[in-house]
Structure formats: structure tokens, C-alpha cells
Design a protein around this ligand. Structure first.
Ligand code: DGJ
Length: 599
């Protein structure tokens, strides 16, 4: 048969263009197979793309061992679905995956993936391997008992300090340990690529869990001491030089205080480490801290060279594991940090060397394949932590936190979060209704929010009782929010509202309700149109562009999204918006508003 060259060329072109259409590039420009989860920049946000679309993980993390028995999971899946979760963070333990060296057990991970699919959920796997909360309890028996081949951390001086000597924590200086961990993780990822490379149930992987040295500021094993007395590796020095202008300020301050040296030992470049015979107090508040240090200590480095040294060594170890995993199946991978607590300032009271904001630059230099440095965020200062974790383009994913629905609204609306995940979601207590409500509301608004993340047309606001009104400039208007509480009633003095008349439908008073932490995501969808998700607040609009000074409420519609379309459930006017004067947002509600201007 004679082949017509023009048709052959046409076929080649078609195949080529199909391949282009079916592939995407990740944030680093690497070409990916069709639909494989990856990260992608949009404005100043970074989004998780699954099956070609941005994905918002309304998640929960299961307790550590929940999925070590698939049977145990049977009652958990329906509870997650009923609470509107679309994603579960689930641990895979090295001990269970590789009970004998080189023999892998895929039963658990296959079972988790199968059940997630049945329940229409996605999964973020957690690789509990060399470290979990600094310790090494999830390492396999054959690793635990081979003390020579898989060395442990040593702390303090072994003499004068009460907790001294080797600890049951694997040392980053065991190259056989990192090889073994990486090999097992590579096998796991290869398998996930084989069973999930087209369906994409597994969307990300957390590698290790809350790494770092506990009870001392650094590892003092002979190998560690040798490295600490030696020069700061050129690779780290070069990274710092190249990024000098954009380094995290609290880190740069440490380098600057020591004269921005571009070579030298760790102590020459970053200042003194803690002497081995100085004991770490359980709480590092006072003494030796001053009152000022007590209030701000958790935001700065103490014994910086020790923490920086450990961050470098953990980052390099984790890099090896992540690189091996990604070579087998390349999906986004992140590490999580146990944060400094206000009364735990010295490294070692929190795992020293974990991916905390003050050492993010060190992690970026040592573990370039790690996509996200994530906070386990139980602190009250939620917004501040989000700000510290989104510097220099670090995407925000919160793998562990509590169930405060205001936090998920703010994380997604204001800090472009990829996902939010309260810890221990399978616990005995029911999943909080407020959280499920917030998840449902955000999932409905997700296409609208995700299309705008990284731009200035979406944000969020939160308020507590007693707050002064807050103003936010968004689109063509300035929006001023006043706290209204759980029932979000109109004030009796509202113009047109008869004092003592019945409360508007759906806003029945209940003065016994606990005060609500009000929060709403605000989306500007047109020159005179907004969507709001959530509430507990009233909103006033002021025009911030030339034209008539007064602003009227046009359409006010409560509704829900069905198959991506907004369906109005209640058209609001009259008593429910103070005769067109006051917009009230109620918790976990979706509202569409149009505005007009008049002289
Ligand atoms: C943080 C750890 O990362 C989790 O695995 C879990 O143990 C929680 N702490 C418990 O609060």
C-alpha cells in the first residue's frame, strides 16, 4: 500500500497536537502526563491542579493508625462524606509497607484508594517513615533493631545534662537510613503511579511528619559533631548569596548579624550553637528570657546555627526521599512543621530543623523537590502563621489544624490555600456542623474562588464580637463589615424596621447562642456584583470610583450552586434587608448582590 505523505504528515500533526493538548507543565516547567496532579501558578497564588482543573481540598486528617486496618475504615468513610469532606489525609506507615526489607505490602494502600473511589473522595497520603513528630516509631522492626546500620541521634553531653546520649530518633547522618527510606518510598510511589496514574485519587503526598531533633538543639552524634565543626556546604552558601535580597527577614537578620560571611563553619557564619552541657528547660519562658523575649521569642531564632544546621540536614535527607518518589511517580509532595509555641522558644522544645518559617530558605536550598512547606497550625495567631508560610511564593496547605470554620474561610479566601485539614477527623466526637457547613459552602463557590485566587477580586474577612467595623476595598466598592453574630439580626434601629416587630424569617433570635467567630469570603464578580460565602456580619457599600455617591442594593439573593449554576433559594428585600438598606450575611450562606448608584 502506498502511503500518502500529506496524510501521514496530517496524522503526525494530529498526534503531536493531541499530546500537547493532553499534557501540562508543572510549576517548574516539567511536562506531565494528562491530568496528573500538579501545582500551577495563577497570579500570586499556586494551585493544585487535578484532572486539568484547580482543586480545593476540604479535608481532614485521620488519626495516625486509623487506616492500618481497612476494616476500621469502614465506618469512617461515610462519616467523612456526610460531613462534606472531599479529601482525607491518611497515613501509610513504613513499618506496615515494608515489614521485611525489600518485601512490600500493598494491601493497605490499595484498599484505601479503592474505598476512597467508592466514596468519591480524594486522598493525600502521609508517608510515616523515618520520622513522625521527631521520633521514629513508624520505622520497621528491622530498622529499629539495627543500631549500627541505622544510627540514632545523640543529644547533650552524656554527663551533666539529665537527658543525654542516644535517643530513639534516627539520625539524618545515617546514609543507609536515607537510602532505605527513599527506596521504600520509591516503591510506594511506583505502585501508586501504576494503580492511580490515570484516575488520580491520590492528589498529594506528605513526606515524613514533623521532622526535627527533640530535647536538644541539634544532633551531637560523632558524625553530626564532625559536620558541625566543618564548613557550611557551598551549596547552601551559594543559595543564600543568590537569594540575598529575598531571604526570610528573621533568617537574614541572623546571617547579617554575623557579617554575611560567605564561607566558614556553622558557628562562624550563623553564630554560636548551644553548648552541650546547657540543659533545655521544658518551657523556655523565664529565666533566661526577658519579658520582651517572652512575648516575641517564638518568632525569632534561638541558638540559630543549631537550628539552621539541623534544617539543612533534614532537608537533604528528605530531598533524597522525595526525589526518589518523584522519579517513580511525580505528584506534589510536601513536608509539615510542628511550630514553635509561644512558651517553647528554643529549638528542641519543638523539633529542631523542621520546615519552620525562619528556616524556609534553608529547606528551599536543601530540598528543592519539596513543593510545599506546610504548617501544623494549632496556634491562635492563625493569620500571622498563614502570612509567614506564604512568603516567597510558598503555597499554603494546612495538613493539621483544628475545626474552626472561620479559619478555613480565611485560609481559602485570603491566603489562597490549596486545602485545610483538621486533625483527628475520625475521632469519637461528631465532625462539627459549622465545619461541614463551611466546607459545603466553599465547595459550591470553589470554581468561582479558584478562578480568581491570586488576583485582587477575592478575599476574606473575619470578625469577633466587640470588633470595630472593618473596611475592605474590593472591586469598585469599599465594603464595611459590622459584627452581627450567629443570628445576624438586623439592628432594631435599622431604618424602616419597626422596633419590636418579628425578626426576619430564618434569623430567629437565640440570645443563648455562643458568640460566633464571623467570617466570609468575598468575591467581586462584576463591576456591580458580588458573591459572599459565610457571614455573621452586616455589610455597607461605599463607591470608590467617580459617579453618584449613594449605593443601593439591587438584587439580593440567597442561593446555592447546583451543577455549577446559581439557584436562588430566597430573594431578599423588605424586612430582610431593612427595606433595601442593610445587607446581612448569615453563617455558611451564599449570597449574590448587585448594586446601583444614585445621587
Ligand atoms: C501532630 C502530629 O503530626 C500528628 O500526627 C498527631 O500526632 C498530632 N500532633 C496529635 O495532636
Amino acid at each position: 500500500m502506498r502511503v500518502k505523505w500529506t496524510s501521514l504528515f496530517g496524522v503526525i500533526l494530529l498526534v503531536t497536537s493531541l499530546r500537547v493538548a493532553c499534557s501540562a507543565q508543572d510549576a517548574t516547567g516539567t511536562t506531565l502526563a494528562a491530568g496528573v496532579p500538579h501545582l500551577q501558578k495563577q497570579g500570586n497564588a499556586t494551585q493544585l491542579i487535578v484532572d486539568g482543573k484547580p482543586y480545593l481540598a476540604m479535608a481532614g486528617e485521620l488519626s495516625n493508625n486509623a487506616a492500618t486496618s481497612l476494616e476500621n475504615m469502614d465506618t469512617i468513610w461515610p462519616r467523612l462524606v456526610a460531613a462534606n469532606l472531599n479529601t482525607a489525609l491518611i497515613g501509610v506507615t513504613w513499618a506496615q509497607f515494608e515489614p521485611e526489607e525489600g518485601k512490600y505490602n500493598y494491601v493497605q494502600v490499595d484498599g484505601v484508594i479503592a474505598k476512597a473511589r467508592e466514596n468519591h473522595m480524594h486522598v493525600v497520603l502521609i508517608w510515616f517513615a523515618s520520622w513522625k513528630n521527631g521520633t521514629s516509631s513508624f520505622a520497621p522492626y528491622w530498622v529499629k533493631k539495627d543500631y549500627q546500620r541505622f544510627p540514632r541521634i545523640q543529644i547533650n553531653d552524656g554527663k551533666t545534662v539529665s537527658i543525654s546520649g542516644p535517643l530513639e530518633l534516627l539520625s539524618t547522618f545515617g546514609s543507609e537510613t536515607s537510602d532505605a527510606d527513599a527506596k521504600a518510598f520509591g516503591a510506594l510511589m511506583k505502585h501508586i503511579g501504576e494503580v492511580d496514574g490515570t484516575q488520580h485519587t491520590v492528589v498529594m503526598v506528605q513526606v515524613e511528619n514533623e521532622v526535627g531533633v527533640l530535647r536538644d538543639t541539634r544532633d551531637r552524634s560523632p558524625d553530626a559533631n564532625r559536620a558541625f565543626a566543618g564548613p557550611v556546604p557551598a551549596k547552601l552558601m551559594q543559595y543564600l548569596e543568590a537569594h540575598k535580597d529575598s531571604l526570610i527577614p528573621e533568617f537574614r537578620d541572623v546571617w547579617a548579624a554575623n557579617g554575611y560571611k560567605n564561607s566558614g563553619t556553622w558557628e562562624e557564619v550563623f553564630g554560636p550553637g548551644k553548648p552541650a552541657n546547657v540543659e533545655i528547660p521544658i518551657q523556655t519562658t523565664s529565666p533566661p528570657m526577658s519579658a520582651l523575649e517572652h512575648s516575641n521569642s517564638w518568632q525569632s531564632l534561638h541558638w540559630p546555627s543549631d537550628e539552621i544546621f539541623m534544617a539543612w540536614n533534614y532537608a537533604n535527607y528528605v530531598q533524597k526521599v522525595v526525589e526518589t518518589g518523584k522519579a517513580a511517580y511525580n505528584i506534589p509532595m510536601f513536608v509539615n512543621g510542628w511550630l514553635q509555641q509561644p512558651n517553647h522558644a528554643w529549638p528542641g522544645t519543638f523539633p529542631s530543623g523542621g520546615p519552620l518559617p525562619e528556616v524556609h530558605d534553608v529547606w528551599r536550598a536543601g530540598a528543592p523537590s519539596v513543593d510545599i512547606l506546610a504548617p501544623d497550625l494549632y496556634l491562635e495567631s492563625f493569620d500571622e502563621v498563614c502570612q509567614r508560610f506564604t512568603r516567597n511564593g510558598n503555597p499554603l496547605f494546612i495538613p493539621e489544624t483544628n475545626s474552626n470554620p472561620a479559619n478555613v474561610i480565611v485560609a481559602v479566601g485570603k491566603y489562597n490555600a490549596i486545602g485545610f485539614s483538621p486533625f483527628g477527623i475520625d475521632g469519637n466526637r461528631p465532625i462539627a456542623a459549622d465545619l461541614s457547613g463551611a466546607y459545603s459552602m466553599l465547595e459550591q463557590l470553589a470554581p468561582m474562588i479558584l478562578a480568581r485566587q491570586g488576583t485582587d477580586s477575592v478575599t476574606a474577612v473575619r470578625m469577633i464580637q466587640g470588633d470595630e467595623p472593618k473596611s475592605v476595598k474590593l472591586g469598585n466598592y469599599t465594603l464595611t463589615f459590622t459584627y452581627a453574630g450567629r443570628n445576624s439580626r438586623l439592628p432594631p434601629q435599622a431604618r424602616g424596621q419597626v422596633v419590636g416587630s418579628a425578626p426576619p424569617p430564618g434569623t430567629a433570635a437565640n440570645s443563648l447562642d455562643a458568640p460566633l467567630e464571623a467570617a466570609a469570603v468575598l468575591i467581586s464578580t462584576g463591576p456591580d456584583e458580588y458573591y459572599f460565602g459565610g457571614g455573621g456580619m452586616r455589610v455597607d457599600f461605599t463607591a470608590n470610583s467617580p459617579g453618584p455617591g449613594n449605593v443601593g442594593l439591587g438584587d439580593v439573593q440567597e442561593g446555592k450552586f447546583v451543577d455549577g449554576k446559581f439557584v436562588v433559594t430566597r430573594q431578599i428585600a423588605g424586612d430582610d434587608d431593612a427595606q433595601g438598606e442593610i445587607l446581612v450575611l448569615r453563617p455558611n450562606n451564599i449570597v449574590r448582590v448587585t448594586l446601583y448608584r444614585y445621587p
